[in-house]
Design a protein around this ligand. Structure first.
Ligand code: HEM
Length: 554
């Protein structure tokens, strides 16, 4: 069998591989690419070309008969290290990135192209705004996996017992939680929570009405944190956090602690992994807050009022449970097994945290959009009027499905202001990304969601907030990873059906009842030291509507 020496152009030919080329298996150029890709861990075989002395070899026979080592190029380029700013000794690129990490990462994409590398106090990560690379990174297919090493942005709050979110993929905890919890978040299961969602937003009217009567503006994020957590507390634990008993009702301790945990983790993780081991300061506080939360969660789950007593098969339990904790206590798989209690408590805590921090940020941005992007509030309201929706309408998934503008508005908001931005995955081998970038084994690659969603190569005039772009063929035929607000693949968001139903119930209710306006000229800023993108200083008024537009006449 003939064998050919291949090497990566840009690397020393002595680092190449002698590969046997079996003519039975290698019938054409593409199968040759596939064979070679396997040996060099090239993620996208279609990008491979072969050359000798700068002459491209276009036939398999030319490659097989080459007397000299054959060079491999990727997408027409030689293989190379990922570029990035040089940085300062010890602190690396910290001051080139923070506090405005979104703006500075954009600058680095503009300077270095679709993949760049940064180092913060010794923690190296690779960022990409390329959807083709993101797609590979999210696939748990042997090249990348979620593995929370010291360099991973979630290292400070890693929790292997949680299985979900804060844990590695290759664990028993992940396999079991991923078998048990997703059925409770299926579209059908989530629909049975829509009456509770509506009750939750209606329970907030009293407070917004009073603020209006007093003529008061308020910090929108603070109230959306109350609203979002009230909804998720009901979903996961059946708990009433009592956030709308009055204007001044405090945040429930669990909510405060979770918010603090995320803030501390962002602070700790931006300083590099060494910092997280310190026995004092923020790292010690982080451990303390986390232990307290575990205890609160155990008590809350023990106190759940079950909706019946019998054990149920997963799908059935998902439809009958009063909340996720009730579900997780009673659901049995087809071998009669349940989710072990140690994984159950931790995973429910994580789902609670993941659920409300994200939705409260998104709700805030959705309200921000009403006051900032011209015509949006009017178009949303008109769509409600035209569909005979008013204060008394009981909203459910069917009614919401008939509101295309609402859908486009939410999509456009998640494109431009998505709360999540840095899901990281870990390379399992030394590998070559499309474009010829070398990633070492253990390298953390972050598909930068904000920068993919705002990449001018993928989106026409991305800075423009334009819900109508979702009707264009260009957007409809986009690459599947061009829009990934919930990440994708086996470690993507399990709560997205719940999140979308919730915001699509809350927003119409809040728009029908109130007119929203921003009260000052101050530019709204995001909080750079939080795990999610949330507006910190958006002050608004919600004024009770006294008249509504007439139905459109078409
Ligand atoms: C606007 C709302 C939301 C956004 C933008 C969002 C986004 C995301 C993203 C990007 C991930 C991947 C994280 C990573 O790879 O590091 C994720 C995972 C996850 N999300 Fe969401 N999420 C939202 C709402 C929710 C809700 C409402 C819940 C549950 C109540 C939830 C539960 C989870 C869980 C448990 C995971 C981890 C899945 C796993 O590890 O396999 N999310 N979410």
């Amino acid at each position: 069998m003939p064998s050919v020496k291949f090497y990566l152009l840009g690397q020393d030919p002595s680092t190449g591989h002698e590969i046997e080329v079996n003519s039975g298996e290698v019938s054409d150029y593409d199968s040759l690419r596939l064979l070679v890709a396997g040996h060099f861990a090239v993620l996208e075989p279609s990008g491979i070309d072969f050359s000798v002395d700068n002459n491209t070899l276009t036939e398999v026979s030319e490659v097989i008969n080459s007397q000299q080592p054959v060079a491999i190029t990727i997408d027409g380029k030689q293989v190379r290290d990922v570029p990035g700013p040089r940085g300062f000794p010890y602190i690396g690129n910290y001051y080139e990135i923070y506090p405005d990490h979104l703006g500075n990462h954009q600058r680095l994409f503009d300077t270095y192209g679709p993949v760049f590398k940064t180092s913060n106090f010794g923690s190296v990560v690779y960022q990409t705004n390329d959807p083709v690379i993101a797609n590979h990174v999210f696939n748990e297919n042997g090249f990348f996996t979620k593995q929370i090493t010291p360099e991973h942005p979630l290292f400070g709050i890693m929790d292997q017992e949680a299985g979900l979110f804060l844990a590695d993929t290759d664990t028993e905890a992940w396999r079991l939680t991923h078998k048990f919890l997703p059925p409770a978040f299926s579209p059908k299961a989530v629909r049975h929570y829509s009456p509770k969602m509506q009750q939750t937003v209606e329970s907030a009217y009293k407070v917004f009405d009073q603020l209006d009567e007093q003529g008061d503006a308020f910090n929108v994020y603070l109230y959306m944190l109350k609203l979002g957590s009230q909804a998720v507390g009901q979903l996961t634990l059946g708990l009433d956090f009592n956030h709308f008993s009055s204007i001044y009702a405090p945040l429930h301790k669990m909510v405060r602690d979770i918010a603090e945990l995320l803030e501390l983790n962002k602070k700790v993780s931006t300083m590099g992994s060494w910092y997280s081991y310190l026995p004092f300061g923020d790292p010690a506080k982080l451990r303390h807050v986390r232990n307290g939360l575990e205890q609160q969660m155990e008590a809350a789950i023990a106190a759940v009022t079950p909706n019946g007593v019998e054990d149920l098969e997963l799908q059935d339990a998902a439809l009958k449970a009063s909340c996720i904790a009730d579900y997780a206590v009673r659901a049995v798989d087809n071998q009669g097994e349940k989710l072990p209690a140690r994984y159950r408590n931790h995973s429910i805590m994580v789902a609670t945290a993941a659920g409300f921090t994200t939705t409260s940020s998104l709700l805030s941005w959705l309200l921000y959009g009403l006051t900032t992007y011209e015509g949006m509030q009017e178009r949303l309201l008109q769509e409600l009027i035209d569909n005979d929706i008013d204060d008394d309408t009981v909203l459910d998934a069917d009614i919401i499905g008939k509101l295309p503008f609402l859908d486009k508005y939410v999509k456009e908001m998640q494109r431009k202001h998505n709360p999540s931005y840095q899901p990281g995955r870990t390379a399992q081998h030394d590998l070559i990304l499309p474009g010829g970038y070398k990633i070492p084994k253990g390298g953390i690659v972050i598909p930068a969601l904000h920068h993919i969603h705002n990449n001018p190569k993928l989106w026409d005039n991305p800075a423009r907030f334009n819900p109508d772009r979702w009707d264009t063929e260009e957007v409809k035929n986009r690459h599947r990873s061009t829009y990934i607000p919930f990440a994708q693949g086996p470690r993507g968001c399990i709560g997205f059906n719940f999140a979308l139903l919730e915001v699509k119930i809350f927003l119409p209710k809040l728009v029908y009842r109130y007119h929203w306006s921003k009260v000052d000229e101050e530019a709204v800023e995001y909080d750079p030291f939080f795990q999610l993108i949330r507006p910190t200083n958006f002050m608004a008024r919600a004024e009770r509507r006294v008249k509504w537009p007439a139905k459109s006449t078409q």
